[in-house]
Design a protein around this ligand. Structure first.
Ligand code: ADP
Length: 398
């Protein structure tokens, strides 16, 4: 049997997503999720050979135990001998990392240093790396950063109009996230649409629970909507996206919120959930809006208006638009949101084709506009594939 499998780990604060990808065939051999880690009912759900299974963990079991059980599972299924690398999704690479790297002590140190910029994410990513290093000590471990693709942005795009010393001394700047997804779908778009990599203008909209838009010129990120943290930019499931920064002082000084409460409000209680007062889940909001729920309709209207405005704004750094990509759970499935957004962008030359828009759902890729250029296209994202292929390439160099 050939060795061509990569274990992909995406370690969040209370969850661990995993997959084993065969980089020769592109097949996802195993995939799953360990959730509610360190909580009351932690468990691992996984899919192997078409069958879904669950492993129950003990109360309070956290990442190390979950990874140990995952290792047992991988060995039990006889998949360990075919592994050539472990690829880790790391959320924040700061300015250290412009591409994926083999993890050594220096890299670990740099990821630790960057934890101040991503206090919720990087420490969890590090837990995953440490546990995987112990479990698969002979395998190369590779870090793939969410921020790396955006390191091509120029200072005019990544600097905030704050005192320059905050950037120099504390690294406060726009970094952007979802880089692996924006990179994947834009690479696919070049191939599918036959775009010239040296002369292309793409806006990519990754719309999941978190949402971001990226302007991609000649294959490189030139601007993106998320910033120092994933809170900036578009309206999201529970995140506010852009607001007047003065609201922070208002909440603290007038309404006596603590900084932690403001953070919670902006990250967990705003967005689709905040406006609809119903749900953060786009499907639920769409269903309620169809049934006449006024705040659900309003939530969708705000979501689409702000998204269309951000896409149009990115025609500036691109000096035009060849393709608009929709991806992520909402981008790949919601014909309603795509139709609303594209209709607001008709002045840029986009013309929706209703039948094509309905056809491109549930994993189906496809162009959804009638005009050839600019066109809007739905491309299912595949961050695991990028992590697996980057990891395999780096492992082969060793
Ligand atoms: P994550 O960012 O956690 O990876 P996903 O990319 O899976 O999330 O996106 C989740 C979002 O996609 C949710 O808001 C969900 O309601 C939305 N979504 C999934 N399927 C549909 C659908 N058929 N119609 C509208 N929204 C959908």
């Amino acid at each position: 049997m050939s060795s061509s499998h990569v274990l992909v780990l995406n370690c969040g604060s209370s969850s661990l997503k995993f997959a084993i990808i065969d980089i020769e065939s592109g097949a996802e051999v195993l995939c799953g999720l360990a959730e509610c880690l360190a909580e009351q009912h932690p468990l691992i759900k996984y899919k192997y050979d078409g069958a879904k299974q669950t492993i129950t963990l003990n109360e309070g079991d956290a990442h190390q135990i979950a990874i140990a059980r995952l290792v047992e599972l991988v060995k039990h299924l006889g998949l360990d001998e075919q592994l050539i690398a472990v690829g880790h999704r790391v959320v924040h690479g700061g300015e250290h990392f412009t591409h994926s790297v083999l993890i050594d002590d220096n890299v670990l140190q740099a990821i630790k240093q960057t934890s101040t910029l991503a206090p919720l994410h990087n420490p969890a990513n590090l837990l995953g790396i440490e546990a995987a290093k112990t479990a698969f000590s002979t395998l190369p471990q590779v870090a793939v950063f969410d921020t790396a693709f955006h390191q091509t942005m120029k200072p005019q795009a990544f600097l905030y109009a704050l005192p320059y010393s905050l950037y120099k001394n504390h690294g406060i700047r726009r970094y952007g996230f979802h880089g692996t997804s924006h990179y994947y779908v834009s690479t696919q778009a070049h191939q599918i649409l036959g775009l010239d990599k040296n002369n292309s203008r793409i806006v990519s909209a990754h719309l999941g629970n978190g949402c971001s838009v990226t302007a991609i010129k000649n294959g490189q990120s030139v601007d993106t909507s998320m910033g120092l943290t994933p809170l900036e930019g578009l309206m999201m499931g529970t995140r506010s996206g852009d607001i007047d920064p003065g609201i922070f002082a208002f909440l603290v000084n007038q309404l006596k919120y603590s900084p932690t409460q403001v953070d919670l409000l902006l990250n967990k209680q705003s967005g689709l959930l905040g406006i609809s007062e119903l749900s953060n889940d786009c499907r639920t909001i769409e269903e309620a809006a169809t049934n006449g729920h006024e705040q659900a309709k309003l939530a969708l209207d705000i979501f689409c208006y702000r998204l269309a405005k951000q896409i149009a704004a990115f025609a500036v750094p691109l000096a035009g638009l060849d393709a608009l990509i929709f991806t992520g759970g909402i981008g790949e499935n919601s014909d309603v949101i795509r139709s609303n957004v594209v209709s607001q962008l008709e002045f840029l030359g986009l013309q929706l084709d209703n039948n094509k828009n309905l056809a491109a759902r549930f994993g189906q890729q496809g162009v959804i506009t009638s005009s050839n250029s600019p066109c809007a296209i739905v491309i299912p994202t595949n961050e695991e594939w990028v992590i697996a292929t980057d990891s395999a390439a780096i492992a082969k160099e060793q």
